[in-house]
Each structure stands twice: as structure tokens, then as C-alpha cells.
Ligand binder design. Structure first.
Ligand SMILES: Nc1ncnc2c1ncn2[C@@H]1O[C@H](COP(=O)(O)OP(=O)(O)O)[C@@H](O)[C@H]1O
Ligand SMILES: O=C(O)[C@H](O)[C@@H](O)[C@H](O)[C@H](O)COP(=O)(O)O
Length: 233
């Protein structure tokens, strides 16, 4: 459990690194990005879950990735029951019981989108605890699509960054005071998830929009590359 999410600033194998200048990273604002070229592997139907506490930039990054890869975008917050929204608006953190059905619904929505023909899906979901990510991981088991593949892109931010971004957002039910409970609940992806399951990438989101976009694309490209068939063997 992490009480304060001070980012680790040294580079790490598991962090996405910015791609070289020769890459196809767009330099314009989000709506102006070009669809991605041929990197996506047709045999894999990717479900990219963009995770992290309120204010880390899930919606911003997920919309960008969905547009870039021409994937379907699923905004997790739209699938909460009204009771959850009401609770959060009253500054009452959700508990496990409030979250189970929501997590399963998100998993099922992603699978349904693939079934309806989406070539990939990007979902926003805070997925604060490991057991929440495990619920989404079971999409592999329940899926009729043997090529469906779940990956998490965890957006890592300090308390200060989260507070600044949540307070800068207008008219949202999630207020600054909820950042503390989000961080108290947060279980960052652990060694087992990163090294054994190998389905998590970490993106440091303290930088500006363009920098974060580049890092997010680098993470997604790593995911796609790791799943590409090994042509050398
Ligand atoms: N890299 C960034 N730099 C500055 N502001 C950002 C960045 N990413 C997101 N924001 C802003 O921070 C706020 C929270 O982002 P949002 O995507 O809604 O986060 P989340 O979905 O994780 O709660 C929004 O107002 C958004 O425009
Ligand atoms: O945009 C946001 O501020 C967050 O996405 C926020 O709405 C919340 O984190 C989740 O929807 C669910 O709540 P939990 O994070 O408590 O599971």
C-alpha cells in the first residue's frame, strides 16, 4: 500500500521511455493526432486499461491512445451506478463492495466492444488495488476471443500533481479531499505483476501533455511489440 505516491525519478526497465525523434509521435494537441500505422498486431485484440488515482490523467491519456490507435474508448466513470457517484460526490470513498460490479461491467464492456468488431479497446479505470486488476485480468478467462489481451498502463503521479490536477478540473464530482483516500487505497503494481505477469507498464505523468503522450505511446508500443510474433525463430 502506498501512502504518498512520490514518483521514482530514476529510469527503470519497467518505465516507458520516450521514443526517438524519428518516431511517428504527433506533436500537435490530442485531436490532431494521426492514426497509428502498422505497429498493431492483427492477431492480438488489445484491451489497454489506463489506471491510477483521480487526477493522474486517465481520461486524457486514454482518449489520446484510443484516437492514436483507432481503438474504442471506454470511459470507466460512465459505468458507475448512481449510488457510487453520489458517494464520491459526498467525499465518501468507495469500498470493495461498491467497486466489484463496476469492475466486472468494465471488463465485460471491453470484451463486448471486441466482439462487436473493435480492433482494440482503451478503458479508463482507477484499478487502485491488485485484486481489482485481477478482476479485469479474468477477461482472458471469460473471453470468447482467444486473442484478447489485457494490459495495464499505470499513470504514476505524486500527491502534489494529483491535487493540482483534481483542483484544476471544473464541475467534477471527485474533489481534492478524495485524493488522500485514493492514495491510501492505492496498491501500485508490484514486482509479481511487473516481472511475472508482465502486463503492466508504468508511465510517469508529472510532465506536460505532450511529454506524457510520448511516454504513453512508448508504453503502448512496448506492449504491442512484446506481443508481436518472433520472426527470428
Ligand atoms: N500531463 C498533464 N499536464 C497537465 N494537466 C493535465 C495532464 N494530464 C491531464 N491533465 C489535466 O488534469 C485534469 C485531470 O485529468 P483527467 O484525465 O481527468 O484525470 P483522471 O481521468 O485520471 O481523473 C484534467 O483537467 C486534465 O486536463
Ligand atoms: O476521474 C476521476 O477522478 C476518477 O476516475 C474517479 O472518478 C474515480 O477514481 C473512479 O471512477 C472510481 O473510483 P475509485 O478510484 O474509488 O475506484
Amino acid at each position: 500500500m502506498l501512502q504518498t505516491a512520490e514518483p521514482i525519478h530514476q529510469s527503470s526497465l519497467h518505465y516507458a521511455s520516450a521514443p526517438s525523434a524519428a518516431s511517428t509521435i504527433p506533436t500537435a494537441a490530442v485531436p490532431a493526432v494521426k492514426p497509428a500505422p502498422a505497429m498493431a498486431i492483427p492477431n492480438h485484440h488489445h484491451i489497454l486499461i489506463v489506471t491510477g488515482p483521480a487526477g493522474c490523467g486517465k481520461s486524457t491519456v486514454a482518449k489520446f491512445l484510443a484516437e492514436h490507435y483507432d481503438y474504442e474508448y471506454i470511459e470507466g466513470d460512465e459505468f458507475h451506478p448512481a449510488s457510487n457517484i453520489e458517494k464520491m460526490a459526498q467525499n465518501i470513498p468507495l469500498d470493495d463492495a461498491d467497486r466489484w460490479d463496476w469492475l466486472i461491467l468494465l471488463r465485460d464492456q471491453a470484451l463486448e466492444a471486441l466482439k462487436q468488431g473493435a480492433k482494440g479497446v482503451v478503458v479508463t479505470c482507477s484499478a487502485l488495488k491488485k485484486k481489482y486488476r485481477d478482476v479485469i485480468r479474468t477477461a482472458r478467462i471469460y473471453d470468447e476471443d482467444p486473442n484478447a489481451s489485457v494490459h495495464f498502463i499505470y499513470l504514476r503521479a505524486s500527491r502534489e500533481v494529483l491535487l493540482a490536477r483534481v483542483s484544476g478540473r471544473q464541475g467534477h464530482y471527485m474533489k481534492e479531499t478524495m485524493v488522500t483516500s485514493q492514495l491510501a487505497t492505492l496498491e501500485e503494481p508490484d514486482k509479481q505483476e511487473i516481472e511475472r505477469l508482465r502486463d503492466v507498464k508504468i508511465v510517469d505523468v508529472r510532465g506536460g501533455l505532450l511529454e506524457v503522450q510520448k511516454l504513453a505511446i512508448a508504453a503502448a508500443e512496448q506492449i504491442l511489440a512484446e506481443e508481436s510474433p518472433d520472426v527470428s525463430s
